[in-house]
Write a protein that binds this ligand. Structure first.
Ligand code: C2E
Ligand code: CA
Ligand code: CA
Ligand code: CA
Length: 278
């Protein structure tokens, strides 16, 4: 935000100072909001590409702001990620997601739920012990929890990330690489990574049925995933031609508005009931 003059001295303009204050105010407000219980999780189901059965859900955070209404993560997460607030936010998300998944488990619905972990969270020594303590507290089988990490997060500190992910997997929690294809240097690293799943970024998925280039990229990702024995998820599936093409190409799971929007836990529950009733 600040600018430097020719001598390298940081110059604060009135404008940058105002923006900075606004960011700080929202960050402080977010911290207060987390503690006041204003965060919510919405769950977006993942469907098996062929049978179209629900095979999991991704937990996505929202901020139920007292004045501004339900805020999507794009509005507050980038600020949070530039500060320690992301750690507190992620602690809340993990606790809430594990609790909800355990409630579903006890109700007879074994739906694996995935949580997005930012790089800063994973970089903490306490990350893995914290997650394991939550599973223990809620008596949730580890196979019902998944974590999603972006390629970029892994690439920041590949050795440390790989060690952390290995510890997570050793406990029985599954690991997905999120937004796959957007961090182009990671291909060589992929065989070294202790992961279970690749989530193809929605930029490749959207309108793939009329873009041969995107379809080719998706075919390559599927081939790589097969050779490494990974599950392939396509996100951002917005129409049936795309869903059908992805199923045909061999993608395992589909996620996107065409199948379902992210929604509160209680709304999703009725769909589990429907699917178990046949
Ligand atoms: P993501 O992990 O890639 O999550 C998928 C995003 O795509 C979600 O946006 C979801 O609502 C949206 N989406 C799903 N289907 C479609 C579709 O068919 N078309 C389009 N255009 N979009 C679709 P959302 O909920 O706004 O989340 C945005 C991002 O914020 C997430 O992207 C993730 O990177 C981050 N995020 C969300 N919740 C958390 C969290 O609890 N912790 C962390 N660290 N990051 C989170
Ligand atoms: Ca994700
Ligand atoms: Ca994603
Ligand atoms: Ca994304």
């Amino acid at each position: 935000n600040a600018k430097r003059d020719r001598t390298g001295v940081v110059v604060w303009t009135a404008e940058t100072a105002t923006t900075h204050r606004a960011d700080l105010r929202q960050l402080t407000e977010l911290r207060t909001g987390i503690r006041a219980g204003h965060l919510r999780l919405h769950y977006q189901p993942l469907y098996r590409a062929r049978s179209r059965e629900i095979d999991g859900a991704e937990a996505l955070v929202r901020w139920q702001h007292p004045q501004r209404g339900m805020l999507p993560p794009g509005v507050f997460l980038p600020d949070a990620e530039r500060s320690d607030v992301i750690l507190e936010l992620t602690d809340w998300v993990l606790a809430e997601a594990v609790h909800q998944t355990a409630l579903w488990h006890r109700a007879g619905f074994d739906v694996p739920v995935s949580v997005n972990l930012s790089a800063a969270y994973l970089a903490q020594d306490r990350a893995v012990p914290t997650i394991l303590a939550l599973l223990d507290l809620e008596r949730l089988p580890a196979r019902l929890l998944m974590v999603e990490i972006t390629e970029t997060a892994v690439l920041t500190r590949p050795d440390q990330a790989a060690a952390r992910l290995a510890a997570i997997r050793a406990a029985g929690i599954r690991v997905a690489i999120d937004d796959f294809g957007t961090g182009y240097t990671s291909l060589g690293l992929l065989p070294e990574l202790p992961i279970d799943e690749l989530k193809i970024d929605r930029s490749f998925v959207m309108r793939m049925h009329d873009s041969p280039a995107r379809a080719t990229i998706i075919d390559s990702v599927i081939a790589i995933a097969r050779s490494l024995d990974l599950t392939v998820v396509a996100e951002g599936v917005e129409d049936e031609p795309t869903a059908a093409a992805l199923a045909e190409a061999g993608v395992d799971l589909l996620q996107g508005y065409h199948l379902d929007r992210p929604q509160p836990a209680d709304q999703l529950e009725s769909k589990f009931t429907q699917s178990s009733d046949g």
